[in-house]
Design a protein around this ligand. Structure first.
Ligand SMILES: NC(=O)c1ccc[n+]([C@@H]2O[C@H](COP(=O)([O-])OP(=O)(O)OC[C@H]3O[C@@H](n4cnc5c(N)ncnc54)[C@H](OP(=O)(O)O)[C@@H]3O)[C@@H](O)[C@H]2O)c1
Length: 301
């Protein structure tokens, strides 16, 4: 009998793509699904996809991630970030399989002044964070064996992200104004995917254990500001021939956006290390890998 696969949702996204690629590279049986075949806005596709895949475990990397657009599309954001995960959790529970669900640092308001632990109270500042917080609550309330990984500032060589935006801007503009008073951990989708699949493999090999349940923080090591991140990205890009613009530090107040963002959303990842022996590499290591790959793609979106 063939091994039942890990079902990966959000196949076209940064994390979903990285999960599918890592599974393929390492021979982990996986089935990656995305829209239109798997769409939280078309609830019938959730059960149909689940039934067709007959998974041993689900990793939900599908989400509404447009932070500013969520402010004016709350219904769609909540469908993708709360109702969809709740439906997935119910299916996993009914079939007796675990769910790994991905959440965000934006459930916090960023006022702690130190890295957040998993037990710190949440206080999202915008609709995106609220919808992700509601998704966490729905998954936990479903009674499924659920492990929720909160991550932050995801970037990779695929999809839309800050690194791609900075490189594209550097090609066009002599100076870039970048927010310098928001602090967090740029996290490489590939490194997070590797950690998630290590966790999934352990669950599948050893069985679910009570200590796996609940929330874990998982970001790349180190932290910086968006300005610090841009400076590192464009220093590497310059070594690969990209024009080097001035990178002007500005305050959040000088770059108004529809959604408010946490000023300091660093996440303490000690629990992940203690439970699974996992620590993601430093964001600078990931940046030195990902920026050349982005540059090699030219102006591709
Ligand atoms: N990106 C970040 O900076 C960041 C930070 C913290 C946490 N996270 C969390 O990390 C996880 C992965 O994020 P990511 O960066 O990989 O996001 P991403 O690149 O924006 O990908 C999101 C994925 O979700 C899919 N999706 C969106 N709406 C959907 C819906 N209604 N039904 C089904 N699929 C839908 C997208 O499909 P389409 O391509 O068809 O739109 C895409 O495959 C998410 O849970 C996110 O909240 C991300």
């Amino acid at each position: 009998m063939p091994t039942r696969p890990i079902l990966i949702t959000g196949a076209s996204g940064q994390l979903g793509h990285a999960l599918a690629a890592h599974a393929a590279r390492t021979g982990i049986p996986a089935r990656a699904v995305g829209r239109p075949g798997f769409d939280f806005d078309a609830p019938e596709t959730i059960a149909a996809t689940f039934g067709a895949a007959d998974p041993a475990l689900v990793v939900n990397a599908a989400a509404w991630t447009a932070v500013d657009a969520a402010e004016t599309s709350a219904d769609a954001a909540f469908r993708a970030n709360r109702d969809g995960p709740a439906a997935l959790a119910a299916l996993c529970r009914a079939h007796g399989i675990p769910l790994i669900h991905v959440s965000t640092d934006y459930v916090f308001d960023g006022s702690k002044g130190a890295p957040y632990t998993e037990t710190d109270p949440i206080a999202p500042l915008g609709v995106y964070g609220e919808s992700k917080a509601a998704g966490e609550a729905a998954v936990l309330a479903s009674g499924v064996d659920a492990l929720i990984l909160r991550t932050a500032w995801v970037f990779s060589a695929t999809g839309r992200n800050f690194a791609r935006t900075m490189i594209a801007a550097a090609r066009r503009l002599p100076a870039l104004r970048v927010v310098a008073d928001q602090r967090g951990a740029p996290t490489a989708a590939e490194d997070l995917a590797e950690a998630i699949l290590a966790i999934a493999s352990r669950i599948l090999a050893a069985g679910w254990q009570p200590g796996f349940a609940g929330i874990f923080h998982a970001t790349s090591a180190g932290d910086t500001s968006w300005h610090g991140f841009a400076t590192e990205i464009l220093a590497i890009a310059a070594r690969h021939g990209t024009p080097r613009p001035d990178i002007v530090p500005i305050a959040t107040a000088d770059w108004p956006t529809p959604a408010r963002r946490p000023a300091d959303s660093r996440l303490d990842c000690t629990k992940l290390r203690q439970t699974f022996g996992l620590a993601l590499p430093h964001w600078r290591d990931a940046t030195s890998r990902i920026v050349p790959a982005l540059i090699a793609q030219g102006d591709a979106p």
